[in-house]
Design a protein around this ligand. Structure first.
Ligand SMILES: Nc1ncnc2c1ncn2[C@@H]1O[C@H](COP(=O)(O)OP(=O)(O)O)[C@@H](O)[C@H]1O
Ligand SMILES: [Mg+2]
Length: 547
């Protein structure tokens, strides 16, 4: 890229850089983001039965969850990538409502495109959207229902609705039950209310049996077996040492050559190594530990010594699990055996290796800190447990959301329809182009119940008319019941969702739409050479081998 300056060519961008400006850049960004929005529509809601998605390029992806779909799509366009981030933000903040947020952002941009065509300036649209978003948040707060944060029945309802759209729907009753129990277990109460760290609930998955065998375990479950057959498989009153260093003799970083001239020298060398390992084990035993859990490896010889001393040991445990064990057992993470002492040990009533289908897993139960629970997900195949894990994650999140901010709204697109109604009325306060932008925001919200209806095989236009009428008549929670295929009062159907999810989606969708609308210049560096085969497809990356 170059420009003429005082009669001289000035090169400002590298060769191969592409650039789109003004209306072109806007149009391309909006189009790319809308394709992403379109592609998740079919999976939305409890009847979003096609978990098969076709993206703008005709490729098929099979999965269930909004954030995951986008993750797998390997989106190329920078603006489309921002939509992927909307889903991620929604997932990180509240754990649910990812599909809704993406559909909404796509629609906000679609409506903006129409306004741009009418020569409304992007900043006017952005301002209008911001005004509307602020109002939408107020409306949601105003219509939300206050609940008791520890009301198990309500928490369960919210979890059930979240699971209803996922593969676990059939088992929603049981699964939501123990998701509620798990969260109540780890929740901490203070003067201001509840605090919940979702990471305190460990989710472990193991293919085998069926989804109905998914269960809650009081303690930390490690997907590891006891390292040595000679070790005990069950230790009561466990004194646990948690090691982040290996029980191995460090190998040198570089190749060293050792000239051994006679067998004695060899023996001396090996003896020395054995002595070091024996000392390590002695330190553990003399500190009083009968269980050793190690993040790194444990040498065969060390295993043998540990077994002889009756210590149960597990190795190569994930760092995140080690952190959970620190919390649960009260042990310190030991980084070097040098200064290991009794004070570093943690406690559990029972550490035991048990068989879970064909695999052995280690259960750490009855911990000092009872706030340690594990959801063990079972299911026919790898794919099923993966999907179930995502569903459980969503359910845990929505329960947390309600405990932390104890307000709910009914589901089925009812709050979106109500927000649309009130925003339309609010738009009348403005004039000219700003009014158009606020109206466009309202209409975008109305799309949510319509997509639910469409996926349930209902007529979207009829549904829209009926929903509008009901809301005008004051039926606040009139929404779409996809199971019965009609408009119904969602509160009466016991379909509730956290207010937090709806608030977050207004924020993430409006911010992302604004950001994309403000782009009028896309400068893209030329693609770096890919490692793949020469002359492979341009956007090859990971797919290169498939063609
Ligand atoms: N039983 C139900 N009746 C009506 N709507 C439901 C029901 N269960 C879930 N929904 C609706 O489905 C939508 C969520 O669908 P989902 O596919 O999980 O998308 P998201 O990723 O946005 O959470 C919400 O609007 C919710 O109200
Ligand atoms: Mg959901």
């Amino acid at each position: 890229m170059s420009a003429e300056f005082a009669g001289q060519q000035v090169i400002i961008l590298k060769e191969g850089t592409s650039r789109a400006t003004g209306r072109d850049a806007q149009h391309a960004s909006i189009a790319a983001a809308r394709v992403v929005g379109e592609s998740v529509k079919s999976s939305f809601g409890p009847k979003g039965m096609d978990k098969m998605l076709v993206d703008g390029f005709g490729d098929v992806t099979i999965t269930n969850d909004g954030a995951t779909i986008l993750d797998e799509m390997d989106v190329q366009h920078p603006a489309a990538k921002m939509l992927v981030e909307v889903a991620k933000a929604q997932d990180d903040e509240v754990g649910d409502g990812t599909t809704t947020a993406v559909i909404l952002t796509g629609e906000l941009l679609g409506k903006a495109e129409q306004l741009l065509e009418k020569d409304v300036h992007p900043t006017v649209i952005v301002d209008g959207y911001q005004i509307a978003a602020k109002k939408a948040l107020e409306i949601l707060e105003a219509i939300a229902i206050k609940v008791d944060p520890a009301d198990k029945v309500m928490l369960k309802k919210v979890a059930t609705v979240s699971l209803a759209t996922k593969m676990l729907a059939e088992y929603a009753d049981e699964v939501s039950d123990f998701c509620v129990r798990a969260i109540l277990e780890v929740a901490e109460k203070d003067a201001k209310g509840f605090k919940v760290d979702i990471d305190d609930v460990k989710v472990e998955k193991k293919p085998g049996e069926s989804l109905s065998n998914t269960r809650l375990i009081q303690g930390v479950l490690l997907d590891k077996e006891v390292v040595h057959p000679g070790m005990p498989k069950r230790i009561e009153n466990a004194k646990i040492v948690l090691l982040s260093c290996p029980l191995e003799v460090e190998k040198t970083e570089f190749d060293a050559k050792l000239n051994i001239k006679n067998p004695d020298q060899m023996k001396g060398f090996l003896d020395e190594e054995e002595k070091m390992l024996r000392e390590m084990v002695d330190k553990i035993v003399s500190a009083g530990a009968n269980v050793a859990i190690c993040e790194k490896g444990i040498d065969d010889v060390a295993q043998h010594f540990l077994a002889k001393k009756g210590v149960l040991a597990v190795r190569r445990v994930k760092q995140s699990d080690m952190e959970k064990l620190v919390k649960a057992t009260g042990a310190h993470m030991v980084t070097s055996l040098e200064d290991l002492g009794g004070k570093d040990l943690g406690n559990a009533q029972l550490v035991e290796e048990r068989k879970v289908s064909d695999d052995k897993m280690t259960f750490v139960e009855g911990c000092k800190n009872p706030k340690a629970v594990t959801v063990l997900i079972r299911g026919g195949t790898e794919r099923i447990v993966d999907e179930a894990e995502r569903a459980v994650h969503d359910a845990l999140c929505v329960i947390r959301d309600v405990m932390v901010n104890p307000k709910v709204v009914a589901g089925g697109g009812a709050p979106e329809a109500e927000v649309a109604k009130r925003l339309r009325a609010y738009a009348d306060k403005f004039s000219g182009r700003e009014q158009l932008a606020v109206q466009a925001f309202a209409e975008s919200f109305e799309l949510i119940p319509m997509v639910l209806a469409e996926n349930a095989g209902m007529d979207p236009i009829d549904t829209q008319v009926e929903l509008r009428t009901k809301h005008e008549q004051g039926v606040l929670w009139a929404g779409v019941d996809p199971f019965k295929g009609k408009v119904a009062d969602m509160a009466k159907q016991n379909v509730y969702e956290p207010l937090a999810v709806k608030l977050q989606l207004v924020k993430s969708a409006s911010e992302a739409a604004a950001m994309i609308l403000k782009i009028d210049d896309v400068i893209a560096a030329s693609k770096k050479e890919m490692k793949g085969p020469p002359n492979g497809p341009e956007d090859s990356g990971e797919d290169a081998g498939e063609y």
